[in-house]
Design a protein around this ligand. Structure first.
Ligand code: NAD
Ligand code: MG
Length: 309
């Protein structure tokens, strides 16, 4: 295993933390009010989120696999990218050009894990780019068998009257159209055993009053996961979703929540704090791993105690 040396190092550092208490494990509210213009940079957040940089230990579960992760520069996508590389997968991440500095940190970690990592920046709201992204990813990796449609846009609006057609369109294009276009580009290349993972949310089940447009895209994601799972099951392609609760990422501090909500973000979970991206990474590994061969059409929740179907 190419990344064993690195993993052993990490394991040695973390040898005393085999079992941890989820209570108090990570920062708790109150958080400092902070706003970054969309899409925001993870390394400029306070506190900086934990994506598993120092903690994720792989065990070869995705050896030889090839993955495309949209929004892999930061947040939940970055945690998945780090975990995938340490499990032995080569990874392409997509992100917006403004996020290059976040992406560079991820690409460095993928290479440090002994795997190939490529960054392909570009705007997923363009159908032509989605097609091009998949073609380039296949070319760089020599094939592809895991697709995580993770990129997403969320903007809090007090009233439906505040949502312009342009803003509504951004949310729909990013969260619904892009996965549709990328999956269509992907299908001819996906072999039996491949895995598609979508990002749903607690918002699919219990939508907030200020996330009118975003919440419906997450309900749509849950729906496409379940529909496609049935359609692609006979072809041996599994399709699953992840439904996080409040997770400390740039999505939230770049307009996804009001500053009032940032201050108390995650306070109402069972642990009294938001989740960190690192706490979700193993779900993405599990969903793509070969031993999860009966898991399809499932939505895996990680919300700290509430909000699930
Ligand atoms: P994040 O901001 O770190 O990641 C979202 C990514 O989406 C960005 O890094 C950006 O690269 C990408 N993106 C947005 N618009 C794009 C566009 N037009 N073209 C290309 N890329 C674009 O935040 P995150 O919280 O890790 O979000 C990842 C996913 O998790 C999203 O689908 C989000 O809806 C979902 N989610 C997050 C939470 C949470 O509390 N953070 C909860 C439930 C679901
Ligand atoms: Mg980002």
């Amino acid at each position: 295993m190419k990344n064993l040396e690195n993993n052993e190092e990490i394991f040695a550092q973390k040898n005393n933390t085999v079992m941890t208490n989820p209570v108090g494990k990570y920062p708790e509210p109150p958080f400092e009010r902070q706003f970054q213009p969309f899409p925001g940079l993870a390394h400029k957040m306070n506190p900086v989120p934990d994506h598993g940089e120092e903690s994720y230990i792989g065990s070869g579960r995705l050896m030889g696999r090839k993955a495309l992760i949209t929004g892999g520069d930061s947040g939940i996508g970055r945690a998945a990218a780090i975990a995938y590389a340490r499990e032995g997968a080569d990874v392409v991440i997509n992100y917006l050009p403004e996020e290059q500095s976040d992406a560079d940190q991820v690409l460095e970690l993928i290479e440090k894990a002994g795997q190939k990592g490529f960054g392909i920046p570009g705007d997923l709201r363009e159908e032509s780019f989605c097609k091009e992204l998949f073609a380039q990813a296949v070319e760089k990796l020599g094939g592809l068998d895991i697709l995580i449609n993770n990129a997403g846009h969320q903007k809090s609006n007090e009233s439906i009257l505040d949502i312009t057609t342009e803003a509504f369109d951004r949310t729909m294009k990013t969260n619904i159209y892009a996965p549709f276009w990328i999956i269509k580009a992907a299908l001819p290349h996906l072999k039996p055993g491949s895995s598609i993972i979508g990002l749903s949310s607690v918002q699919a089940y219990d939508p907030s009053e200020d996330l009118y447009d975003y919440a419906q895209t997450k309900a749509a994601t849950t729906s496409y996961v379940k529909s496609l799972a049935k359609q692609l099951g006979p072809k041996g392609i599994r399709v699953n979703g992840v439904a996080p609760g409040p997770v400390w990422t740039t999505l939230e501090i770049s307009g996804g929540q009001t500053q009032e909500k940032i201050e108390v973000f995650g306070q109402d979970t069972a642990f009294g704090r938001p989740g960190q991206p690192a706490e979700l990474a193993s779900i993405f590994v599990q969903l793509a791993a070969d031993d999860a061969s009966f898991a399809t059409g499932q939505i895996y929740g990680s919300a700290g105690g509430s909000g699930q179907p």
